[in-house]
Write a protein that binds this ligand. Structure first.
Ligand code: HOZ
Length: 446
């Protein structure tokens, strides 16, 4: 008699409660197929599912778990904060300590607001930009995702791209019409849009390193060009660093590039695994926020003391000497190992890229630098690779259109596990002919 796994049972039950059985679409495994894993616990770089199977985690909760899951220092901070009360709906000293820590790392955030999620942060930043400029249009980029904000679910990445519906239903056409979209890394297209609509554009919002269509780095001069256009036209430049903040380096992409945005949005790492976001920037712009100004923004759980404690403890760990050097070197080395493993199996249609503790793997011959190139990657090969790796105890993002994330605890055994699983998986892929060169050698059709 076939036995049903705990994951299968939990999935069956969860589908009675939640659309697709999940509380965030990409988790449903619709793109890769199969049963989502329900996780029971996590520690360091490891996850254990409901059947007790252990995996190396290469998502790290989509970024936050940069010091590893359940880090004792973070747990201790959470326990101490919780013992003093879970939520006051009133100011606390910890909020200012966290803000000061963030400002020290990202000086462009002269004034900020804490929120409960990255989506709230981007939604609020857009409202502030509109309120500050008195303009209504927003410019975003194809394949970039900024949370499930109405104005920004146009040609969006992440789950929308995964499910092939980059424009969400439920958004009034009049609102969507206020969102202008340009191809990522195409400065000439942005220039043309500004030529036509410059005085109506409140803001450009951009993932300065894209992570929601897989990892795509900005082309030379792209971010500088956005900065210059915003300055010339009086538009607000918003860097959405929800993913990249305290993830690609100690000061986000703005620290790596030296480009100062007018507003920044943060999330993920600054909450250390607890719900947390932030938006902030130029003091004159942030001064439009209530009660200083007319733009309303609020939240009962904003600056929640337990989340603040988790974030502060995480940022202190991340700020230790050599943290990002070690994380970046380990991530880059792992990517080189993956590419070498693919080549050993005779597969050239595979490459990888990384920045800090964030990475991208692509079933393509060259590293994609645009949304079109991302879409041209071999999704069939990725989906098969995902399951081959899962069967070998490696939990990859269940979509070809998501970046991956490692923690500082992924060196040594976890990395070795990933590489040995990859060697076996690439060998199977080559045998099955799921990559172009393997097909040419007489494998199955692509
Ligand atoms: N939107 C997230 C990845 N880009 C996924 C969030 C989740 O499912 O937890």
């Amino acid at each position: 008699m076939p036995t049903t796994s705990a994951n299968d049972q939990l999935f069956e039950e969860s589908q009675q409660h939640f659309p697709g059985g999940v509380n965030s679409p990409v988790r449903a495994f619709r793109s890769v197929g199969g049963t989502p894993r329900f996780f029971a616990r996590a520690e360091g770089p490891w996850l254990w599912d409901a059947d007790g199977v252990r995996y190396v985690d290469t998502i790290c909760s989509w970024g936050p778990a940069i010091v590893g899951h359940a880090h004792p220092v973070v747990l201790d901070a959470i326990q101490k904060a919780a013992a003093h009360g879970l939520s006051f709906g009133a100011p606390t000293a910890g909020e200012s300590r966290l803000a000061a820590r963030i400002r020290a790392a990202l000086p462009s955030m002269e004034m900020m607001r804490l929120t409960s999620s990255g989506t709230e942060a981007t939604m609020s930043a857009i409202r502030v930009a509109r309120g500050f400029t008195g303009r209504s249009k927003i410019l975003k980029f194809e394949g970039c995702y900024h949370g499930h904000v109405d104005s920004l679910l146009v040609k969006a990445g992440s789950g929308l791209l995964t499910f092939g519906s980059p424009d969400s239903a439920g958004i009034p056409a009049a609102l969507a019409a206020e969102t202008l979209v340009a191809p990522y890394n195409d400065l000439a297209a942005v220039q043309a849009i500004f030529d036509a609509h410059g005085q109506d554009i409140a803001a450009i919002i951009v993932e300065p390193i894209a992570g929601n269509m897989n990892l795509v780095k900005p082309a030379a001069g792209f971010l500088e060009g956005l900065r210059a256009l915003c300055t010339a036209h009086g538009s607000v430049l918003i860097f959405d660093e929800v993913m990249t903040g305290f993830r690609v380096g100690p000061s986000g992409v703005q620290g790596l590039t030296g480009i100062r945005p007018d507003l920044t949005t943060l999330g993920k790492v600054i909450g250390g695994g607890m719900p947390m976001g932030a938006f902030g920037g130029r003091k004159d712009i942030m001064s439009v926020v209530a009660p200083l100004g007319p733009v309303y923004q609020a939240g009962t759980l904003s600056g929640n003391p337990v989340a603040v404690a988790a974030g502060m403890a995480t940022l202190e760990l991340v700020g230790s000497v050599g943290f990002f050097e070690r994380l970046s070197a380990m991530t880059a080395e792992l990517m080189q190992g993956l590419v070498a493993a693919a080549r050993e199996a005779g597969i050239t249609e595979f490459c990888a890229d990384s920045v800090g503790g964030m990475f991208g793997i692509y079933f393509a011959h060259t590293i994609p630098r645009s949304f079109d190139e991302i879409q041209a990657c071999n999704r069939t090969a990725f989906n098969r690779f995902f399951h081959l790796m899962l069967d070998r105890g490696v939990y990859l993002a269940p979509s070809a259109f998501e970046a991956g994330f490692l923690s500082i605890q992924h060196g040594g055994e976890p990395s070795e596990r990933i590489l040995s699983a990859a060697r076996e998986s690439f060998a199977v892929l080559a045998q099955e002919g799921l990559t172009q060169e393997a097909s040419a050698r007489g494998g199955l059709a692509n």
